[in-house]
Design a protein around this ligand. Structure first.
Ligand code: NAD
Length: 359
């Protein structure tokens, strides 16, 4: 591949459906069946539509590399390892996380409806992408949910509070709740102060980071994204100091250790590949205080919270998920912007599997 850092390729803006077709063609050419290619492409493009470019199509070139290196195995499905009704453990067999996650969430929806509650534990999935997508899938089924995610091995990126090198993963948390007559409320956050992909985006754009996000390889704060990717590599701070660091630790516990998929550790057997593990807790409101009560109370909570007078004139209280909804509407209308460096890498990945650059 050409040294793209030394070039300044032009940024592009593509309609989301065209981008999805192009990306799906790359995944098909890299060995995925048509359904899988479409599922992975749709998930990545949906992350771009939501404004999370770090989890969008910029992943294409990494995924193609991982498939070529045998780290992600195309055409795998979630295998049920343990089934106790309201508790299910599935193995992702190192398949694409977008497929494993969708299949596991379908199990979660069905079991939560049957038992009122389910804990679904996933181990050995490939990258599960934008975790809010899984809360959205369950909210569409009328369920409230909470998700803990960790990355075993390969994804160690974050310094624990008080530490100066990478020990924990970016370990996202997501939660979702359906809202009667409206879009669900979806919280979707990494426990790192910034998602690693956003550092990659800034590096691809040749821009500096805000202060307070990362340390360089010798434990000094830096704003240079390249220093984070140097040898030795740097580390990302947890969000909120000891609070994010503590939540991240428990993502390791609930997603990694509980599932059998391992907490972050460079000695773990899966340390050489990017593996996401996830614990999903899903709740059917009908089995708790009642579906009608829940819907009404969520409606009251949404209205009450949003009615807080804005601290800034012209501002507004946004609930989790609202920014993504706004960005989605804009990008469906105007297309998805992709910086030139990222697009050049996607094109190179496509060409490496025989897919020509799109017009
Ligand atoms: P972020 O900091 O942009 O936070 C996003 C969340 O905050 C959303 O719920 C959003 O609606 C809410 N939000 C943002 N601005 C708001 C405002 N002004 N008012 C109210 N709510 C607001 O996201 P992040 O932590 O950088 O994570 C980015 C993405 O990276 C997520 O989709 C996450 O799932 C993904 N991620 C995945 C992995 C993985 O291993 N698969 C690891 C880390 C992160």
């Amino acid at each position: 591949m050409a040294n793209i850092d030394e070039e300044s390729p032009a940024a592009v803006r593509m309609p989301h459906d065209r981008l999805q077709d192009y990306v799906a063609a790359i995944f098909r050419a890299a060995g995925s069946g048509a359904d899988e290619a479409e599922t992975v492409a749709a998930h990545l493009v949906e992350a771009n539509l939501a404004g999370h470019d770090s989890h969008g199509v910029m992943r294409v070139y990494k995924y193609v590399d991982w498939v070529q290196a045998g780290q992600v195995v195309p055409n795998q499905h979630a295998t049920v390892v343990t089934d106790r009704g309201a508790m299910v453990l599935v193995d992702g067999n190192f398949g694409y996380g977008q497929v494993i996650g969708r299949e596991a969430m379908a199990i979660a929806a069905e079991r939560a409806k049957t038992h009122g509650f389910v804990a679904v534990s996933i181990r050995n999935a490939g990258h599960l992408g934008r975790i809010g997508a899984w809360a959205e899938q369950l909210a569409e089924a009328g369920l409230a949910s909470f998700h803990f995610v960790n990355t075993s091995g390969f994804g160690i990126l974050v310094a624990p509070h008080g530490g100066s090198d990478r020990r924990l993963s970016a370990n996202p948390l997501a939660a979702g709740v359906p809202v009667a007559g409206g879009r669900p409320v979806i919280l979707d956050i990494a426990t790192s102060v910034v998602a690693e992909g956003k550092i990659q985006v800034m590096k691809n754009k040749g821009e500096q980071l805000a202060p307070g996000l990362v340390l360089d390889g010798v434990g000094r704060p830096t704003t240079d994204p390249a220093a984070f990717y140097a040898d030795p590599p740097g580390a990302i701070f947890p969000f909120g100091g000891h609070k994010g660091s503590g939540l991240s630790f428990f993502c390791e516990v609930f997603a990694g250790s509980l599932s059998g998929g391992f907490a972050s550790n460079p000695e773990s057997p899966t340390a050489g590949r990017l593996v996401n593990n996830m614990l999903t807790l899903a709740f059917d409101p009908a089995a708790f205080g009642g579906a009608d009560f829940f819907a009404d109370d969520i409606g009251r909570l949404v209205a009450w919270t949003k009615a807080s007078p804005p601290i800034d004139s012209g501002g507004a209280v946004l609930l989790p998920g609202e920014i993504e909804d706004r960005t989605r509407a804009e990008r469906i209308r105007d297309g998805i912007p992709i910086d030139g460096g990222t697009f050049a890498r996607i094109v190179a990945a496509g060409e490496s599997v025989g897919v020509p650059r799109p017009e």
